[in-house]
Design a protein around this ligand. Structure first.
Ligand code: MTE
Ligand code: MO
Length: 458
């Protein structure tokens, strides 16, 4: 197969015919039906594991279900149940109901790569690894993993990490990029050294304003001169004691996909600022201008724009803190509640960038009434918070449970979020479908309406 610059899923979305050609070999341009002839048909047969009797009716550009289910490219070892959005670079999100744990296990933590996984990470051998700290510092440093672990005081923190593009699938007109729904978020326990302590050991000069981070991941093109991603932080965020140079995830060496041996964790900010496979911290006297710091990458217009607007690059600002948000992890969307026992528990997590969540509400009548949920404090700053509520559905029918978090500045999740060109920062409320099956007349009884008209319950 030819070297692919883009993943199969993305390619099938944007150019299905070209994707077919790449996967199955040359195909006649004009005749899309019955395209599977000769070598192409044989190749597809080999891939799906058998001849295809109805190949004449198989639409061009269709990813065969067998390929989607079986092939390595669509499954990630150790990440069962995650939905792969792209295989090159690798991007996978977690279905909401698999995010139920307070601490996200590594095998359920979403993956977002901009380039390829570096060889050192795949091999899991940090022997040759070094971290350089240079630029606007008094004493440039070179640290081994051992130096990091022994010359500084490590901390353990549960930290929420959310991709800036989580929720992109909800934008209209659609924004290009991974079509994340709700699952590009996680909350693992990270062990590491506060970035602040590393910077202080090097001595940050007065004129420093930003850090620039470099990882070991190769660019998709294979060009060693190019970085897939090099992000940074303003000095004040780099100096926050919860911003870590981490070397363990949930008590284990960081898995290859999550940045082995060492990564930044800048909790509460767009996930892109949490540089994986870290090898250099360049302290700068200007805002870092590495790969995907400029243009429209991880940036949004400085002012509200109408959907579909064409906004000039110079009007974009860098995304920093993520907005208040929550996810319903139970019940799973589509859940059926028995008609004779309609009391359900609804639960999930909530988080709010650099802030804490102050209140959590749920509605099961499309937002007409809201019930306050029990909300736990974070186990430490920047950990997501658990919430739960018990509600009794009034009778048979179709319901949606909506969840809405409010942060400690009073900001709430909206029903729908304002559009932006690259589809970032979608913190619209999560909704799940619930059905109470049954025969007979709907029982969303007059009594309910009466209760409300007599002053309401909530
Ligand atoms: N070196 C490097 N670091 C990176 C990335 C990358 O592509 N290369 N992706 C970033 C993005 S966009 C996100 S959302 C997070 C995802 O972290 P995870 O894959 O551990 O969930 O890593 C960030 N760090
Ligand atoms: Mo991201």
């Amino acid at each position: 197969m030819a070297r692919r610059e883009r993943g199969i899923c993305e390619l099938y979305q944007s150019d299905p015919e070209r994707a077919d050609r790449l996967v199955f070999g040359r195909l006649p341009e004009a005749d899309r039906r019955g395209f599977l002839k000769g070598a192409g048909l044989a190749a597809m047969g080999a891939i799906v594991g058998g001849a295809i009797p109805f190949h004449r009716d198989m639409p061009a550009g269709l990813i065969p279900a067998a390929l989607a289910e079986e092939k390595e490219a669509f499954r990630i070892e150790g990440k069962e149940g995650l939905v792969v959005l792209n295989d090159r670079p690798l991007n996978a999100e977690t279905p909401a109901h698999l995010l139920d744990d307070a601490i996200t296990p590594a095998d359920r933590h979403f993956v977002r790569n901009n380039g390829l996984v570096p060889e050192m990470a795949t091999k899991g051998d940090a022997a040759g690894w070094k971290l350089t700290v240079d630029g606007e510092v008094d004493r440039p440093l070179t640290l081994t993993l051992d130096d990091l672990k022994t010359k500084f005081r490590p901390v353990n923190l549960a930290l929420q990490l959310e991709c800036g593009g989580n929720g992109r699938a909800g934008f209209n007109p659609p924004a290009s990029g991974n079509q994340w729904t709700v699952g590009a978020v996680g909350n693992a326990v990270w062990t590491g050294v506060p970035l602040r302590d590393v910077l202080n050991a090097a001595g940050v000069k007065e004129n420093a304003v930003y850090t620039g981070h470099y990882g070991m991941d190769p660019h998709l093109s294979g060009d060693p001169q190019k970085d897939p991603l090099s992000r940074g932080l303003p000095i004040w965020k780099a100096m926050d004691p919860h911003t870590l140079v981490a070397f363990e995830m949930n008590g284990q060496p960081i898995p290859a996909l999550h940045g082995f041996p060492v990564r930044i964790v800048a909790p509460g900010w767009a996930g892109s600022t949490s540089q994986k496979w870290l090898e250099r911290i360049w302290v700068r006297d200007q805002v870092h201008d590495g790969a995907k710091m400029t243009g429209k990458s991880y940036r949004v217009p400085a002012y509200p724009v109408e959907p579909g607007a064409n906004v000039p690059d110079e009007d974009f600002v860098i995304i920093q803190s993520m907005p208040v948000k929550s996810v319903i992890t139970w019940p799973k969307s589509g859940f059926e509640v028995p008609a004779d026992n309609r009391m359900i528990e609804v639960r999930g997590h909530a988080w709010a960038g650099d802030r804490a969540v102050r209140q959590m509400h749920i509605s099961y009548d499309f937002g007409a009434n809201w019930v306050e949920a029990e909300l736990a404090p974070p186990v430490n700053p920047y950990a997501w918070q658990q919430w739960r509520a018990r509600v009794e559905l009034p009778g048979r029918g179709y319901y949606e449970v909506w969840a809405r978090a409010t942060d400690d500045a009073g900001a709430m999740q909206p029903f729908a979020v304002a559009w932006n060109p690259r589809g970032y920062l979608n913190n619209a409320m999560h909704r799940v479908a619930i059905r109470v099956p049954g025969l007979g007349q709907p029982q969303v009884a007059e009594t309910e309406k009466e209760a409300k008209s007599q002053g309401g319950k909530e």
